[in-house]
Design a protein around this ligand. Structure first.
Ligand SMILES: Cc1ncc(COP(=O)(O)O)c(C=O)c1O
Length: 365
């Protein structure tokens, strides 16, 4: 926390807005819109809920296919299943570790050749705070008229050619889960230039109540709004988002300066098209040059009370998603097999970073 959050929480208590509606929530949505330069936003109970709302608004149904990055957290994909639809997984490209636009086009053409319909949506994930290659992706979505949903859960503060993550597709989603670059403990945001998308999602997120004095429902609703108390935390956190991006980037730069000379150790690249927020600093260990595996390094760090984590296990390798189609797969499999996410919190001190680097070097050199 930055220290600024408590004021807004106190305000919620003082004014008795203890509900998933109220002035903090309105202000958080407005401030968020201003920061990412999006016309409309809806505060949600989670990023997952925001993705689900986007798919519901698009009327994604059983039998529909949705393309999605395979290298991601399961929450990018689960809402496709909530809608009864079918995910089609697409591998990463090496430059950004994000969805490969060439494979997207290949998948579209192959499926059309098989007599299948176009995907009803594409979900692009901006992994670990780095944006995907948006120009070719947007061109493809325009060409085939496919709605693009941007899962920017990990990428608040990241930009592509100066424009914020989540503002390229029909909508973007953000997450404020406890582990994200800013947090409301749990919470999310759905944001869009399409007012109708946000208005409809707002209705779906509040049990789809119709505008009648009595409780009238014409469609199935959800209880997906963000609490006005948590929105207060969000206002305070948004004040410091740029500091947080700078701090996360500084963590990354420190690791690079200290570790780049180790043969076989490399870093998640920063694609030339934008600014990553470096939500997580990620290294790769080339097995041809380093005999220590990422898991051995993780366990070594663990013995020193330092937490590191494997790269996301690709969705096409997950038992629960095993039966769905995958285009490519080798890039994300390699990243999973050789990658390790290093401690990346905004509150890491120089002494913390020094200690982490010492123990990495101890194991690798
Ligand atoms: C890529 C990605 N998508 C979606 C989510 C879901 O966000 P939430 O935890 O707020 O539901 C997360 C993180 O949790 C994520 O990392």
């Amino acid at each position: 926390m930055s220290g600024k959050e408590q004021t807004y929480i106190n305000e919620a208590f003082a004014t008795n807005w203890i509900a998933p509606i109220g002035p903090n929530l309105n202000a958080f949505e407005e401030n968020f819109c201003e920061y990412v330069q999006s016309p409309h936003a809806l505060g949600t109970s989670s990023g997952t809920a925001a993705i689900h709302l986007a798919l519901l608004h698009l009327n994604i149904k059983p039998g529909d296919e949705v393309f999605v990055s395979t290298l991601t957290f399961s929450a990018s994909v689960n809402p496709i299943i909530y809608c009864g639809a079918t995910p089609v997984f697409i591998d990463s490209e090496a430059a950004s570790w994000n969805i490969d636009p060439e494979l997207v086009e290949k998948a579209i053409q192959e499926r059309l050749n098989q007599g299948k319909a176009l995907p009803k949506a594409i979900i692009v994930v901006h992994l670990y705070g780095q944006m995907a290659n948006m120009d070719p992706l947007c061109q493809l979505c325009d060409k085939y008229n496919i709605p693009l949903i941007e899962d920017a859960a990990e990428a608040l503060g990241a930009t592509y050619k100066g424009r914020h993550a989540g503002t390229f597709g029909i909508c973007g989603i953000s997450s404020f889960n406890g582990n994200k670059i800013i947090t409301t403990s749990s919470g999310g945001m759905l944001f869009s230039a399409d007012q109708e998308l946000i208005t409809h999602s707002r209705k779906l997120a509040t049990q789809a109540r119709e505008a009648e004095p009595y409780y009238q429902h014409k469609e199935i609703g959800y209880n997906y709004r963000l609490s006005n108390i948590l929105a207060g935390v969000g206002i305070g956190q948004l004040n410091v988002i740029e500091d947080r991006v700078q701090k996360r980037r500084a963590n990354f730069d420190y690791y690079v300066a200290q570790l780049q000379n180790i043969p076989g150790l490399s870093f998640m690249p920063e694609a030339p098209w934008g600014r990553a927020n470096r939500w997580l600093s990620v290294i790769l260990l080339d097995p041809k040059q380093i005999s220590v595996t990422p898991e051995e390094l993780r366990l070594h760090l663990e013995t020193h009370n330092i937490e590191s984590r494997p790269v996301w296990k690709p969705m096409h390798l997950q038992p629960v998603y095993h039966q769905y189609a995958i285009y490519g797969g080798k890039v994300s499999e390699m990243l999973f097999a050789t990658g390790l996410c290093l401690p990346s919190g905004s509150s890491l001190s120089t002494a913390d970073l020094k200690r982490i680097v010492t123990h990495i070097k101890e194991k690798l050199t």
